[in-house]
Design a protein around this ligand. Structure first.
Ligand SMILES: Cc1cc2nc3c(=O)[nH]c(=O)nc-3n(C[C@H](O)[C@H](O)[C@H](O)COP(=O)(O)OP(=O)(O)OC[C@H]3O[C@@H](n4cnc5c(N)ncnc54)[C@H](O)[C@@H]3O)c2cc1C
Length: 594
């Protein structure tokens, strides 16, 4: 069984048939070169690298894990060589500025490639993934000199990046962080403190590592308003830009963890390490949001990756594994039993994975289109609309894709029966690797508070309305389309209910603010199902209107949309009941009554 096959046909459907990427690139300044022919060639080349180089290393990374000896971290066998090939292929530079050695393609092209590297080998893909966030942060907030020293090396891939927020006593609540930064006469800072759980924090893939670190200046205000952002390189850059003296940042240990064993999760000790301020003092969290937004969409991709891989593996197993007969009589009379794909319950599990994986792909590349518009459009109105939609959709994408990605990975394992629990098939690794995605980059609970509290209620519902207007427009335009009625009618109803339930929570919250926290995760999940309903309705329309609509691929799209609407979307009904039940049933407990 192949470890991973890049879903090129489905990517083509989402990018070109559904989201019209050709027109999208044609409408944006600076994207003249991003024509379909070029993008297809790039994607096909990346697919080969992912299938042939990265995917075979996925189980190797899990088995071997990373090694830490006397402060030196070694990645699993083959990881370093794969990274060298990645750099030689020019992949790190694909969507970065030509001014710093990049190829100048839009962000969305990088996302297409990241979907494939992530699905082929998530743990490996985190090394370039974190560099990408560091590059975006430097590009947006760094000085010209910082860009020329650090960004060029990151774009080239000879240096990688990290993001250092978490400390032992603070993960979610960054306002409590203690790492200090003392200004020096030469304009640099001495960084003192310890960070934990730093992904790709140390390794042997690249000659240098650029840590992007949150720390406090002396006399900084308490809480999140007193945090600044620093570059702390593992090796200080020499005069000629090459790797110079070793800086005082060391890896104290690596974590032994449930999954993603191929990625080194490090304790990093900063013992008066030399650092350089990025952006204005005390505005570090604001600057770090650039990194965190990139990373939130990057983590959403992880949900898609595990759903896709689990689906591929369990589908091919379900076609081959012979057990029992179909209830309606044998489907494989010449064999000793029928393949398990004949059983309705196995189909339920396969189709749930398919609906989540393909729905996730639509949401990722839809968001990625919004990123391009926000970054590149010269039309102020279009830019603002894209930024608003993206602000609303980012927490949904991060949490809903990772929650459903984990559910999908679990269904994949279940399709294998007891064999799924055994290592050799790789589906138990997929479940273990998937679990972290709901935790890092802000847990599901925190994404939910961001969505309901910050984005929806604090904007008086404006950001929600931005999106429900898009849905409303789609429903209106297709209200007379009889073929689409089975999708458009429930979608229109749901769109109205979304506003009503938001209003209900908003009013309850005026009485008791705890109502927001009590409803938040159910609200986020409800929103995720609603966003997928819009995307699946669009997918069904696109498939029905396609010139090859009679082909199996397009028929399957419509049938998957139907499955989604009939079997998964009704979950919103129980979410509404839970949300309306209010905070009382959670808060009525005294601590001693637990
Ligand atoms: C493998 C791995 C890799 C990581 N990589 C990085 C990295 O590269 N860089 C980095 O800086 N960090 C990294 N992290 C840290 C990660 O981002 C944090 O673990 C995460 O943000 C949660 O923080 P915490 O673990 O301290 O949990 P806590 O903040 O202690 O939260 C515990 C629980 O309480 C809930 N909770 C907390 N506050 C609230 C609230 N106000 N309302 C509702 N619920 C709440 C949380 O949702 C969670 O369920 C990584 C972690 C792991 C395990």
């Amino acid at each position: 069984m192949a470890d991973y096959k890049a879903p090129l046909k489905d990517l083509e459907f989402v990018l070109y048939d559904m989201l019209d990427y050709e027109q999208h690139y044609a409408s944006l300044p600076g994207c003249e070169e991003a024509n379909r022919e070029l993008i297809t060639a790039i994607v096909e080349e990346a697919a080969k690298f992912c299938e042939n180089v990265l995917a075979p290393l996925n189980a190797v990374g899990d088995e071997h894990g990373c090694d830490w000896q006397d402060g030196v971290v070694t990645t699993p066998p083959g990881f370093k060589e794969a990274y060298q090939q990645f750099v030689e292929g020019g992949w790190p530079s694909i969507n970065h500025s030509v001014d710093y050695g990049g190829q100048g393609l839009p962000e969305s092209v990088g996302t297409i490639i990241s979907e494939m590297t992530g699905a082929a080998n998530w743990a490996w893909s985190m090394y370039p993934g974190l560099s990408h966030g560091a590059m975006n942060t430097l590009a947006q907030h760094g000085t010209d000199e910082q860009k020329s020293v650090y960004l060029t090396k990151l774009v080239e891939g000879s240096w990688t990046g990290t993001m250092c927020l978490t400390e032992a006593h603070c993960g979610t609540d960054l306002g409590m962080l203690k790492t200090r930064a003392e200004p020096q006469d030469d304009g640099s800072y001495r960084i003192q403190g310890s960070k934990i759980f730093i992904s790709a924090g140390d390794h042997d893939l690249a000659e240098n590592i650029v840590h992007i670190v949150l720390a406090r200046l002396p006399d900084a205000p308490e809480g999140t308003k007193g945090i600044s952002l620093f570059i702390v390189p593992k090796y200080l850059p020499a005069e000629d830009g090459s790797v110079g003296e070793r800086n005082a940042v060391t890896c104290g240990s690596i974590e032994h963890k449930m999954g993603i064993h191929g990625n080194a999760t490090c304790v990093l000790n900063f013992d008066d390490a030399t650092g350089y301020l990025i952006g204005p003092p005390n505005r570090g969290l604001h600057c770090m949001f650039t990194f965190m937004n990139t990373a939130r969409l990057g983590t959403a991709l992880q949900g898609l990756a595990h759903a896709e891989v689990g689906y591929q593996k369990s589908l091919s197993y379900a076609k081959e594994r012979l057990q029992m007969r179909a209830l309606s009589g044998p489907k494989n009379p010449s064999g000793p039993a029928d393949p398990i794909i004949v059983h309705p319950d196995v189909r339920r599990m396969l189709l749930t994975q398919k609906a989540f994986a393909e729905g996730g792909r639509m949401l990722i590349h839809y968001c990625s289109q919004l990123v391009d518009i926000e970054q590149l459009s010269d039309d102020a109105g279009r830019k603002t609309e894209a930024a608003d939609l993206l602000a609303f959709l980012t927490p949904i994408a991060k949490a809903f894709l990772t929650e459903t990605g984990f559910e999908a990975a679990n269904h994949a394992l279940q399709c294998f029966g007891g064999h799924g629990y055994i290592r050799e098939w790789g589906v138990e690794q997929n479940v273990r690797d998937a679990r972290i995605a709901m935790l890092y980059e802000g847990t599901t609970g925190i994404q939910a508070l961001d969505l309901l509290g910050r984005k929806v209620l604090m904007s008086q519902g404006e950001l929600l309305k931005r999106f429900t207007k898009v849905v409303h427009k789609f429903c209106k335009a297709n209200e007379d389309n009889e073929q689409l009625a089975e999708f458009v009618q429930p979608l229109a109803k749901l769109n109205n209910q979304w506003g009503e339930i938001t209003m209900h929570i908003g009013l309850s919250a005026m009485e008791n603010q705890e109502e927001v926290g009590a409803a938040a995760v159910d609200y986020l999940m409800y929103s995720g199902y609603a966003v997928y309903a819009y995307l699946w309705a669009r997918a069904a329309k696109t498939a029905m209107e396609h010139e090859a609509a009679e082909g199996a691929f397009y028929r399957a799209k419509v049938k998957t949309a139907r499955f989604y609407f009939k079997r998964l979307l009704p979950r919103t009904e129980s979410l509404v009941v839970a949300m309306k039940s209010g905070a009382g049933n959670l808060l009525d407990f005294e601590d001693s009554e637990f």
